[in-house]
Design a protein around this ligand. Structure first.
Ligand SMILES: C[S@@+](CC[C@H](N)C(=O)[O-])C[C@H]1O[C@@H](n2cnc3c(N)ncnc32)[C@H](O)[C@@H]1O
Length: 250
């Protein structure tokens, strides 16, 4: 289980995840989105933006008014602005924020890209479906969303939102949900220390190809001693084997 601080914890960094991953988890979101084609003229939804762990990179990168962060905890956003970016960023880059907390999208916009990092790792199935659909509906026709989910046994708890504890879902459940909603989607191998990234689009042609996911979308920290379990080769070999079996109809 990820060691997150409790609600009300004063530390704006520890509230969103392990302190020693604050920098990495922001950087990896930025690297993933820019690898998938995020450019400064695009509009980006950062659903559950927290203390701007990723926003501190996205906001300066994007053109003014193109960053849209949503999080019910305004104090996290305020701390992120104050301690990571400086108040002047508001005038220079004009980021947009919403505190809507009902898993709808709080902006009347169509987005080129959306990211929800470690949001659907805290939701029950109903809230997961609601949030995923809201994000999907807020995408432009060519838009792409990336979300993380933890693969494991299906969450059986009673809470809609479980925090700082995490929820997990079997790969077959995730597949069922994505297909049921009519999403075009792929599981990514983009490295995450504890979760799995998925990419969602309205058009299949917008998804990275299977080969791109294997060879261009890795996200590992080369030579890192911090993350020994990156499983670069075994992960991919297993997946190629599965794909070949499927193609041969075995
Ligand atoms: C594990 S943190 C991840 C934050 C951010 N995505 C990141 O990677 O740093 C989970 C975030 O979900 C936010 N959250 C809680 N309830 C939410 C809701 N109803 N809608 C959107 N975000 C919510 C929390 O305030 C917290 O910032």
């Amino acid at each position: 289980m990820v060691n997150l601080s409790k609600v009300g914890d004063q530390n704006y960094k520890a509230y969103v995840g392990p302190l020693d991953r604050y920098d990495f988890m922001g950087a990896t979101q930025f690297r993933l989105l820019s690898t998938l084609g995020l450019r400064s003229h695009h509009k980006l939804l950062d659903f559950g933006c927290g203390s701007l762990r990723a926003g501190k990179l996205f906001i300066p990168y994007l053109d003014a008014s193109n960053y849209f962060g949503q999080d019910p905890n305004q104090s996290l956003i305020d701390e992120g602005i104050k301690k990571e970016l400086g108040e002047s960023i508001k005038d220079i880059k004009k980021p947009n924020f919403s505190n809507l907390d009902n898993f709808e999208v709080g902006f009347n916009e169509k987005f080129d890209f959306a990211v929800a990092q470690s949001i659907f790792s805290h939701t029950n199935l109903q809230l997961t479906k609601k949030g995923l659909l809201a994000i999907y509906n807020a995408l432009s026709d060519d838009g792409l969303a990336v979300v993380t989910i933890i693969e494991g046994n299906d969450y059986k708890g009673v809470q809609e939102w479980s925090y700082p504890e995490c929820t997990t879902y079997q790969p077959s459940t995730i597949k069922h949900v994505m297909n049921e909603m009519g999403f075009k989607w792929r599981r990514l191998y983009w490295f995450h220390p504890s979760q799995t990234w998925f990419v969602i689009a309205k058009k299949k042609s917008r998804l990275p190809s299977f080969l791109d996911t294997l060879f261009l979308l890795g996200g590992e920290e080369v030579g890192s001693s911090a993350y020994k379990k990156q499983h670069f080769l075994s992960n991919r070999l297993f997946s190629i084997k599965k794909k070949l079996k499927r193609l041969k109809g075995l």
